[in-house]
Each structure stands twice: as structure tokens, then as C-alpha cells.
Design a protein around this ligand. Sequence first.
Ligand code: ZN
Length: 119
Amino acid sequence: MVMVFYNIPIKKYQRILLIEGEEIDAAECIRRENEENNVYIFWKDDNTYIDASSTEKIKYINHGCNCNCYIDEDESGNLVLIASRDIEAGEELTIDYGYEEIYEECSCKSCDNKLESAA
Ligand SMILES: [Zn+2]
């Protein structure tokens, strides 16, 4: 499994990575998810999604149940990856993928809880 990590410590709320990709609307997002199995699409606002499947690093960030990163929007409206806590050098970067299938695949307590609250 490929993992993403940095050789330097990252501070809480530090911006780690700009998420670049193609801007698409909701209908196109659904089409790509269903027909192309594309799971690298990030929600931006009501009808705007970012398809980051061409951004190598983002693709390799694994789902983490107690993740140390999250996606947010910066002042310019770009999606960025932010540290949700202090991260040590060499620690794997993870985000919560935030969809039901990933919680079903994972059997940890945290995902069980999320699945229950989504049901
Ligand atoms: Zn889990």
C-alpha cells in the first residue's frame, strides 16, 4: 500500500497541500463516481466539485478512522489539505473519506459508529 508522509513535523492547522483538479458540477460528479469509479472527487460548494484524480499525492492519502488531516477551503476558494492536529515527521497522512462504503469495509469501532449514525 502506498502511503503519504512528510519528513518534517507538521503543526496543527498547517496547510499541507493544495488540491488541484478539474471543476465539475454535481451531475458530472455522480456520473464519474458511478461510471468511472472515481473516488477522488471533493465537494467544494453546492454545485461545484473538484476531480483531483490527476493529483498524484491526493490519490495516495489513505482513509484513516482517526485521521490527522481534513479538507478545507482557503481565502481564495481553493481546496486545501489541512492538518487537524500536530503530525510527527514520518507519520502517515490520512483523511476521512466520508462515504458509507469505506465505513462498511473498515471494522474499527469509530467506523461502526459512523455507519450507525448515518443509517
Ligand atoms: Zn475504521
